[in-house]
Write a protein that binds this ligand. Structure first.
Ligand code: ADP
Ligand code: MG
Length: 316
């Protein structure tokens, strides 16, 4: 089995971590993405802050249109950010040449799409699909076969190597897609709703496998998902709202009720001190407004007055 050090060593394009001190592999600060279409502007990401440690597995969740795919496409080097900072490994994706971006996409990042049909070449066998990216990187045939066999083995697909994509179930196609994503041993795997077209059982199985690959190869994983059961498979769930990270959820085993899982949700405070209120509270600020903040013993209390302090009641 290829272990982490070997996996990394084999990756010629691997450039080390963004910050050797913090161990961050992804470091997004105040990230903006503005789409311009004719004279209409859409702000898809508005000051997003996200850091991911090397070897971490995180899930990004959020409503439709909140910017999840935009974030993933930027991390994948498929789309360019408009402003802010986005460091991945030692690369600054805001300031990278087109040539470097091609290298980045080929050897430093693997991508799995939601639509199963988009991940695999329909007329190539599963094994050939996995070997294709390796062949493009000039990997010799023997090494290609060995790595594709190992990947298929760890994904429980050893007996399906010669099948064509249409001869696989949806879940099997996504497993093959993960293998294709890891073909060039990238340090980062991105998946945009990889189980969006699968049932719960298959979703569990896919996320279980992603967790396994993350542990055995040390590959950092960012996955977008709507799957409610994802928290038990990941280190952290980040909630994206309106183009920013609003809160983060950490799960840990509940030792008091053995077997159970506790989920602790935290609101995110960015380096400038801004935070997003929980959704329930946001309702009260639909048109913005003023709130009072009190701090005591590390506790922050937010008091949202019912009356507008700008308009004091008339003295009568
Ligand atoms: P999500 O994946 O969370 O559903 P997206 O990142 O796809 O959200 O989209 C975020 C916002 O950006 C949406 O308002 C969407 O309409 C807009 N958007 C996404 N891609 C484009 C594009 N290529 N051109 C214009 N607007 C886009
Ligand atoms: Mg999306």
């Amino acid at each position: 089995m290829t272990q982490f050090s070997e996996y990394r060593e084999n990756n010629g394009g691997y450039n080390g971590v963004a910050d050797p001190e913090t161990g961050l592999y992804i470091d997004c600060r105040d990230l903006f993405k503005i789409y311009k279409r004719a004279d209409l502007e859409v702000v898809a990401l508005r000051g997003l802050d996200l850091s991911v440690e090397e070897g971490e597995l995180i899930a990004v969740i959020g409503a439709s249109g909140s910017g999840k795919s935009t974030l993933l496409n930027i991390l994948a080097g498929l789309d360019r950010p408009s402003a802010g900072q986005v460091l991945v490994g030692s690369r600054d994706l805001l300031d990278v040449s087109d040539k470097d971006l091609v290298m980045y996409r080929r050897s430093e990042v693997g991508f799995v799409w939601q639509a199963t049909a988009r991940n695999l070449v329909p007329y190539l066998s599963v094994a050939d699909n996995i070997e294709l990216p390796m062949a493009l990187s000039g990997e010799p045939a023997k090494a290609r076969r060995a790595w594709s066999d190992e990947l298929l083995e760890s994904l429980g697909m050893a007996d399906k190597a010669k099948r064509l994509p249409y001869q696989l179930s949806g879940g099997e196609q996504q497993r093959a897609a993960i293998a294709v994503g890891l073909a060039n041993k990238p340090p980062l795997l991105l998946a945009d709703e990889p189980t969006g077209e699968l049932d719960t059982e298959n979703a569990d199985s896919i996320f279980g496998m992603i967790r396994g690959l993350n542990r055995s190869y040390g590959v950092t994983v960012v996955t977008v998902t709507h799957y409610a059961g994802v928290s038990q498979f990941v280190d952290r769930v980040v909630h994206i709202r309106d183009g920013r990270i609003g809160s983060e959820t950490f799960s840990h085993p509940d030792y008091r009720r053995d077997g159970g899982i506790v989920e602790d949700e935290y609101v995110v405070v960015d380096p400038a001190g801004r935070l997003q209120l929980p959704v329930e509270l946001t309702e009260r600020f639909r048109r913005g407004g003023l709130a009072k903040i009190q701090m005591e013993d590390g506790q922050i209390t937010i008091d949202a007055p019912d009356t507008n302090p700008r308009q004091p009641r008339s003295r009568s």
